[in-house]
Design a protein around this ligand. Structure first.
Ligand SMILES: Cc1cc2nc3c(=O)[nH]c(=O)nc-3n(C[C@H](O)[C@H](O)[C@H](O)COP(=O)(O)OP(=O)(O)OC[C@H]3O[C@@H](n4cnc5c(N)ncnc54)[C@H](O)[C@@H]3O)c2cc1C
Length: 191
């Protein structure tokens, strides 16, 4: 217990003052005091360089080796068909008017900005001869299969059997149908 009349925090202050002195930070020390310079230079010097990073593991190196760009016409085509057939597989059984419009708009946009002019021009002709049918999931995926076959035929590729389109491009593997579009497969009045 501190004697009465003296500051009860006195011992604490004394300990802090002693500690400060040991660190050469006396209360009356000017900022440019020579005793502080080693400490200041310590805090202002640039950080030590990091040690070199270890080499990436072989599986990452293999991925880095694979070509990512520029893509070929074939690669873009495969990726685009994959997206389109997946959109069709996930298309609602009972699409809203907006969803039907979106499907048509998507195809029209593709025929204008597809990143291969010759393909886009050809697809425009394909769409003119085969207007988008998107009244239901089944109708849209069958229509897409048909127009994909039109493109296949023009390129001398094998014709895909459209009765197998659901087996090839099924709905996404999402637990609890979490990937379904909002209100997608409920019977809802057209908006
Ligand atoms: C809109 C569009 C227009 C194109 N136009 C041209 C063009 O004018 N000239 C050109 O050189 N390339 C064009 N391409 C690219 C071309 O269609 C192919 O994508 C590319 O040649 C690669 O072919 P692929 O043999 O790997 O299979 P892709 O035709 O890309 O098909 C990918 C996969 O889809 C499946 N599949 C094939 N046919 C069907 C079908 N009918 N229904 C459902 N699934 C099917 C198969 O499993 C196949 O492996 C176009 C692509 C798109 C998206």
């Amino acid at each position: 217990m501190a004697p009465s009349g003296s500051n009860p925090l006195g011992p604490v202050f004394q300990t802090v003052a002693a500690f400060s002195r040991r660190l050469l930070i006396a209360p009356d020390t000017a900022p440019d005091d020579h005793r502080l310079r080693p400490l200041l230079s310590l805090s202002l010097s640039p950080p030590a360089p990091l040690p070199p990073a270890p080499p990436p593991p072989p599986e990452v190196l293999k991925q880095m080796d694979t070509k990512v760009a520029p893509l070929t016409k074939e690669e873009v085509g495969r990726a685009t068909w994959m997206l389109l057939h997946t959109i069709a597989a996930q298309f609602p059984d009972e699409p809203t008017r907006q969803q039907k419009r979106d499907a048509k708009e998507l195809m029209a946009l593709l025929s204008r900005i597809y990143p291969c002019k010759e393909c886009a021009d050809h697809f425009k002709e394909v769409l003119k001869a085969n207007p988008v049918q998107a009244g239901s999931q089944a109708e849209f995926s069958q229509w897409l299969c048909y127009v994909h076959n039109v493109v296949n035929r023009s390129l001398g590729k094998t014709i895909f059997p459209c009765q197998r389109v659901n087996a090839r491009w099924g709905k996404l593997d999402c637990p609890d149908r979490a990937c379904d579009l909002e209100g997608s497969n409920d019977i809802v009045p057209n908006r």
